[in-house]
Design a protein around this ligand. Structure first.
Ligand SMILES: [Zn+2]
Length: 125
């Protein structure tokens, strides 16, 4: 699997079976040393394939919300104008902006979101 930060190939360092949660957690490291964790869910563990579709749809929603929130965080307009533009309360806009405190982690998450988007592109939901 490609690194979620830089796109370089990665290798599995540790694999932890979590039968009570019906999943296997994989700790990975890429050629440049970025560490990240993925989760494998054996399809036989899903009672119904619709559960998978639902899980993927939830990921899509989270990505969409992240993209919107990062646009709000970067919007140079005053809180009131941004709140009106996105149909949110002023408090919610301030909250979203506070959750994007530094540029570096913003870039990192933007990269992760775009990788996820690519990965799930074309998945029928
Ligand atoms: Zn990397």
């Amino acid at each position: 699997m490609k690194c979620t930060t830089c796109g370089a190939p990665s290798a599995v360092m540790v694999s932890r079976e979590q039968p009570e949660q019906h999943r296997i957690e994989l700790s990975r490291v890429c050629e440049l040393g970025h560490r990240f964790t993925t989760v494998e869910v054996p399809l036989t563990m899903l009672a119904d394939k619709r559960e998978l579709t639902c899980a993927l749809r939830n990921i899509d929603r989270r990505i969409a919300r992240f993209v919107r929130d990062s646009a709000i965080a970067e919007d140079p307009r005053p809180v009131k104008e941004v709140a009106a533009a996105y149909n949110l309360t002023d408090a919610r806009v301030r909250q979203i902006r506070a959750s994007f405190p530094d540029r570096e982690s913003h870039d990192r998450f933007a990269k992760i979101a775009s990788n996820l988007e690519r990965k799930f592109d074309g998945t029928p939901c």
